[in-house]
Structures are given as C-alpha cells and as structure tokens.
Design a protein around this ligand. Sequence first.
Ligand SMILES: [Zn+2]
Length: 235
Amino acid sequence: MINRRALLRTGIVAGGLLAGVTSLGTAVFAGTAQQADDPAPDQRPSTPDQAWAALREGNRRWVDGTTTHPHQDAARRKEVAQKQDPFAVVFSCIDSRVAPELVFDTGLGDLFVVRTAGQTIDPLVTGAAEYGPAELGTPLVVVLGHQRCGAVTAAAESLHEHKRLPGELSQIASSLRSAYKRSGGDVDKMIRINTVDVVNQLKKDKLFAPRIAKGKLKVIGAYYSIDTGEVTRLV
Ligand SMILES: [Zn+2]
C-alpha cells in the first residue's frame, strides 16, 4: 500500500515537474520561433513563379559548385519542428544521383519530395503529390525526369524484347508503355515524353485543376542532366 501511494505521489510530483518543464520549454521555443520567423516571409517563395525561381537559383549553385546548403542546421530543425510550409513539391526518380534537396540546394522544410522509379505515377503517388498543394497551399509541383534513367531503360528493353520484368517491376514497364511507343525506342526521348505525360496527368487532377486556373499552382516538367547537374524546363 505504502509503495503504491509513494509511487502515486512520485507520479504526481513527476507530472508536475514535467508540466513545468513543458511550459518553460514552450515559452523558450515560442521566443526562438518568433525570432526565426522574422525573415521567413521574405525568404519563402509564395507564388509558382517565385518558387520556380528559387529552385533555379539553387540548381545554378549546384551546377557552379557554389552550394550554400541552406536550412540544414539545428536552428532550422527547431524552426520547422511544429509546422512545415514547403514551397514546392518535387516528383522525381528514385535514382541515387538525382536527390532533389541536393540538386536544388535546399534544406529541411523546403520541399515535399515524391520519388518513384522513372517518376511513374498511380493513384497512391498522386495522393502524395496532392498533399502539399491541397492542404498547405504549396504553389509549385515539378516533375523531374533525368538523363540515363535506369528504370526507363529497363522498361524500354522489356517492352522491346517482350520480356516481362520480375516481380512488381513489370508495373513500371506497363506505366511507361505509352511513352515507349511514342519514343521510337529512343530512351532519352522516352524519359522526356514520360515526364511531360505525368505533368499533363497532374494538371488534370481534380484537386490541382482549380488551383491552376486561379494561378495559385503551376505543374511543370523538367529534365536533370547527370553529367552537368543542370535542370532544364521541358514544359
Ligand atoms: Zn531514373
């Protein structure tokens, strides 16, 4: 009995202490957040064109070798801990050489990143892309294809040889069949065609279309060169 009561008392005391720490922590955090918030309205792009300009600038730094690695420190981690407000969605390939945060020189809380093999799309992936624009007003979606895409190459070979890829990899080839047919067997052309196809598909999305019509959202397609690091707009 005594033990239980003692435990209970300890619990109450601990609870009280915890509550004190929490409110203190909140007060300290609120102060920090307020200071960190001051420059944010100027920095965070709020229109589709501003967002694209910021990505282009970041990519320019990446190409030139003058990256600044913004928003990659403990202060930024604290700043976005309770709330995020990314300025773009980047939908790209799983390829290890095409990491959006790196090629656009961005950091924590800047981008929603969706990645699939050859940036192929299905309803689940569309839902992931919809989240930012629909729930948080993210103004830009970039579909990013890339040079020497292994997924697109494998799909092209499979379709050319009528040889089914193993496991669920065959789904990737199915998704790229239309682009393959229109590419005449040219893999680089197929990568670009597929990127534009995905852009057109997303533009018709029922959550995106009204936002695009109001000028609140743009969906654009781009191509990443593995050789130079440069992102070029396709559409
Ligand atoms: Zn790829």
